[in-house]
Design a protein around this ligand. Sequence first.
Ligand SMILES: C[S@@+](CC[C@H](N)C(=O)[O-])C[C@H]1O[C@@H](n2cnc3c(N)ncnc32)[C@H](O)[C@@H]1O
Length: 910
Amino acid sequence: MANLRPLGRQAKKANRSDSEILLLSRNSHQSWSWPLGTHCAFRKPSRAAMATTCTPSTASLITTISRSRFTNFVCHGSRIRDHGGSSLSALPPNQPVISHFATHARGNICNLHCRRYEAPGSKANTAVACSSQCRCCGRSAAGPLGSPSIRASCSSHGHDVMAPIRQAGGTPLTYSQLQPSHAATAASAQLVRRRSLATASASAPEAPASEGSPQPLRSGDLDELLYTSGGEAPYYRGPLELREVPDSGVGVFVTEDVPCGTLLLACYPLALLRGRPTGHSTHAPAAPALLPSPMELAHALDGAIMSPLAAAWMLGLYDGVDDDEDDGDVSDGGSGEGDGGRKRRRLAQLRQLFRQPFDATSAAAPDADEGEEELGFRDAAGVAAKGVRCPLPAEAVARVVTFNAYGEARPDPAVAAVKSLSGEHLSGCVGLWPPFSLINHSCAPVASYGLVGDVMVVRAATDLSAGQQVTISYFGRRALAPLELRRAYLAQHYGFICSCERCTLEAAGLEEEDQQAGEGDGYGRLRGEGRNGAGAGTARLPPELPAFLENLHTTCSRAAAPHLNDMLTGRRWMAAAGGGGGTGVNGAVRRDEPVSELVEELSELYNYLSGCWQQLLRAAAAAAATSGTVAEGEEEEGVEDAAATGGGGLSQQEVFWLEGSVFVLLDQLLVVLGTLGLLKRVEEQHQRTAAKSMASGEAGGGRKGALAAAAKGGSVRRVAASPGGKAAGRAEVDGVVVVADESGSAAAAPPLTALAAMRAVASRRWRVEELTRNFLMPYVDLLAQAQEVAAAVAPGSDLAVACAVRLLYGIQAVLGPESDEFREAEISCYDALSARYGILDYDVYEQILEVCVKQYGAQEVRLPGLAGEAVPAAAPQPPAAFLLDGGAGEGGMVGLHIPAVPVDAEVVEE
Ligand SMILES: C[S@@+](CC[C@H](N)C(=O)[O-])C[C@H]1O[C@@H](n2cnc3c(N)ncnc32)[C@H](O)[C@@H]1O
């Protein structure tokens, strides 16, 4: 599992229940100090407490935490296994305000979460002291003590949200985040003990709200996080600068180290079109049909009145003409600038624009008519200015929109939940956010992004080092597709051949496919042909792997997926149940389609898919072996070493990519596995029942008698008499319609229909151990792999969040909330949400998690029957399908729905 360790649920529980934890004392003007080498004082050692222990031996020293005006200090540190520890470094005394912030050391060994509470009346936006350095890895995540470059905030309900926001140029965000916590005292008393996810179970009766049932999101909680201060126009630019990037034009780079979750950019749109509001639904994404098209946006912009700043951006944004290409023209035309002239000029112009805040006064006014040119815009210097007409001709506007616009099919679930509190219902939209448009794409991006209302927010999705390019993924789930498919998509939609690190690596590998001992990366290394011969002669990957990978996706998505979709989705079941008989919509299964045929078909598919999966895993394992794989407990260092040295084998990252390339396969396996189990069980039950009836019939005289006898015994309820045939009959066995024919032979037992199967499934209790063994375990196993893939390839994306959330619930169902695996899964969840929303206060994290659980259908993992409750006998419901889709605003590549029906369960005999 990932190597990231934020505070876990246990830590939270410990704090909540053990109020003795020394650091958790609110609102008292008090200071603490620890002599060197003493442990943080947890009176009741818990696992969390132990993990948080700071000792010199783990190189974690707390010298003093200085006094003065700070009032409250909460430290949640956690550390997993035996890697180093969390560290609070020394703070000089008598700082005006002291705070620590969360260092979310993704990829580091340790993690530290510290929260500060302001004294009532004190100014939360006073510069705070931040200094924290991991002694294990030496990484520093903050500016110097007392530096005004970092601000911290208190949330309105008394918890704080620690988002290190840096004032590195640009206008800092001015919103409620930086205001004093107006209700810190009162709210801290109101701390609601939320029902822990860990203890929530399918069977748990709804607890009264006061007993800590999940609280609905309160706008105040996320306002702080989401920059919705009302009125003020948020703009924020972190420590970013523009640079030239070979083959990609201009790109955005960080000028200093920033930790994962750091806000990098928040800006207003130059223009934005929203679709018709559809409200927030937990399951149903906004219909794509409601999304305005980019061409509508281009049309709206054509000839629109806009601020001089916006007009300058329109001229500066990439329009599909490469700078190099244009250079030739320019010099040929006698500009005298020579090669690189336009490039340099453009870079200089963009740098100047990038420095200007792009806030609400910078936008276009597409609906403005002539007279409204007088409207108050402002120019690049921030001076009030007249509006100007869009300086580009229609076709150029269309090109700018094509290459720079961003569309979101549905709003982010957490944002939507917050917005809906104030009656605002977001919908899909298309818009242009100029500073955001300068960020290049990578198939292994390092930043996440999303819309908060109209504001585009970009965050570091991993720790970034000074000088590193900020990249995002232009597509969602396609990030998990193989090279050729990704490239085809980017070429078609964005007009470029991706030259990101991952593509370069994979392409290099493909080119070297036929070479002998490799010096290169990629597939050469995959085959154990690593540098200096490392790995040669040891485990080797199948030589056909590259082709295998490239073909697999095509096969699965084009052949298997539609087939499965058609056969297994809720729509189909619904159509089967929906009456009319015969075929339903979209060629749905016939009411009388025999289960055995479906089973056979699915079995074949399953064998094929699982063969592919096994092959892939073997390949990945073999590759890992060639890299001189890491011993247990040395995972992180090993990976780092491998990555750093470019060692002979395959780095963990490459393994992730490999696995990611067939991510689609995993979904399909899940669906097939689950459905197959379901059908097999029902069929077996059907056969048992038929055999029973036969036996009774033989003893009691004829099939008709058998049915009657069975009905008498309570297991079969007779619903129809023989239509006249000597041994025919029809009965319903707990929802399964059994129609006896006239042959009298067991083999001639009538086919169980798909519809009847669903009914049977829906009306039964499930045997827990069967569920666990046959369905949930493989499911969770696959999810765990998927989660790692998603975290590596698309951190902070919908996909990564969905995987992490579903894994959490899967592990809860299978291994329980006390298991180590659960804790690790929770850490993954926290990581995924932090990468998306920034470093989160635990309570906010819990709230967002709840929203995501609904959004991604994770609760469906809690299959009926796990807690022993009966599944309501009812007509088959269409499964509450959930879709693992892509990053912000993107649909999935394949769009498989995973049925949420309980599957592979054995009917408990009564
Ligand atoms: C939204 S713009 C990004 C900013 C752009 N680099 C510029 O100079 O304005 C998108 C364009 O940048 C270039 N680009 C972005 N990511 C790239 C990548 N990974 N490889 C190659 N070109 C890329 C492509 O030309 C693409 O159409």
